[in-house]
Design a protein around this ligand. Structure first.
Ligand SMILES: NC(=O)c1ccc[n+]([C@@H]2O[C@H](COP(=O)([O-])OP(=O)(O)OC[C@H]3O[C@@H](n4cnc5c(N)ncnc54)[C@H](OP(=O)(O)O)[C@@H]3O)[C@@H](O)[C@H]2O)c1
Length: 269
């Protein structure tokens, strides 16, 4: 299937996890993929796999926490490859634990990467998407953008901010009558990539596979969905929160295991 023929898709944090899998899937579907990662070796490994399978890929270093480097990277990419038509803001980190026991720098780094890095990358590349015949902006948030997440407060906060940003950009493009750029905000619950190793998944919220999430993201993009929420039951969170008195919702979140899910978080080694 060549649903992304004529697309040049940049993915941040694409050296591992769902970023790497998206890169391979987009390439299979005809896209030229810009695989970016903090380490060039990780980006090259994914780009090489794509090229060996007959796809088109380029590997670049992009550390989204180095905010000032992002516009320079855009200029270099324009010179060496050209403008992009789709941006997948995927890079992310999490540091779980009791709030005051986690180093302040790790909390701040979470915000710098998950939120500021995503905004700076969008700032650098939005004009490319506007100039494209069909542009896509995909922001990977999280189902924790709809709830409070004990032991993961700055992670949840960074993703709440991503949802607010992503929705605002989508509406801004609409108000500006820019119809050729579709914005999709992705909110999955826990995925088995290692980032959340050790968590206890809440009731009725099974651990998602990277394959399932990537399939949903691509389907959502093609359907021009403004939100992709996985699993579907996570869509009821906002409804329940609005309908129930706060104390009852707090009790529900505790009893179904949302509020305690991060207690046993270990993350990637
Ligand atoms: N896993 C889940 O349960 C889950 C649930 C909801 C949402 N998400 C979100 O999904 C996205 C992908 O996560 P994942 O599950 O695929 O985990 P992952 O395998 O850890 O992927 C995260 C990627 O971000 C990269 N990254 C970290 N800091 C970076 C930086 N400063 N600059 C550029 N890249 C950086 C990582 O690179 P390194 O390998 O160099 O660290 C890694 O490739 C993240 O935004 C995450 O918050 C994940």
């Amino acid at each position: 299937m060549a649903r992304f023929n004529n697309h040049r898709i940049l993915i941040t944090g694409a050296g591992a996890g769902i970023g790497a899998l998206m890169a391979e899937e987009f390439a299979k579907q005809g896209a030229e993929v810009i695989v970016t990662a903090r380490r060039i070796a990780a980006a090259r490994e994914v780009a090489d796999r794509i090229k060996t399978a007959g796809g088109k890929a380029h590997a670049y270093v992009l550390d989204v926490s180095k905010l000032a480097s992002i516009a320079k990277f855009r200029d270099k990419l324009h010179e060496e490859v050209g403008p992009i038509t789709a941006l997948i803001n995927n890079a992310g980190v999490v540091f779980g634990g009791e709030f005051e026991q986690v180093e302040l720098e790790q909390h701040l780094n979470t915000f710098r990467i998950n939120t500021e890095g995503l905004m700076a990358t969008t700032h650098a590349f939005l004009n490319d998407l506007i100039q494209a015949k069909q542009g896509y902006l995909v922001n990977i948030a999280s189902a924790s953008a709809f709830v409070g997440l004990p032991y993961g407060s700055t992670y949840a906060a960074s993703k709440w901010a991503v949802v607010g940003f992503s929705e605002s950009i989508r509406l801004e493009l609409d108000v500006r009558k820019i119809k050729n750029v579709d914005v999709t905000t992705v909110c999955p619950s826990y995925i088995s990539t290692g980032m959340f190793d050790g968590v206890k998944t809440p009731l009725l919220t099974p651990m998602l596979t990277p394959e399932k999430v990537v399939k949903s993201i691509i389907r959502g993009m093609l359907k021009k969905d403004s939100f992709v929420i996985e699993p579907p039951i996570a869509k009821s969170t906002e409804l329940l929160k609005a309908a129930l008195p706060r104390k009852i919702w707090d009790e529900v979140a505790y009893r179904i295991g949302v509020s305690t899910s991060m207690y046993s978080w270990k993350g990637k080694k």
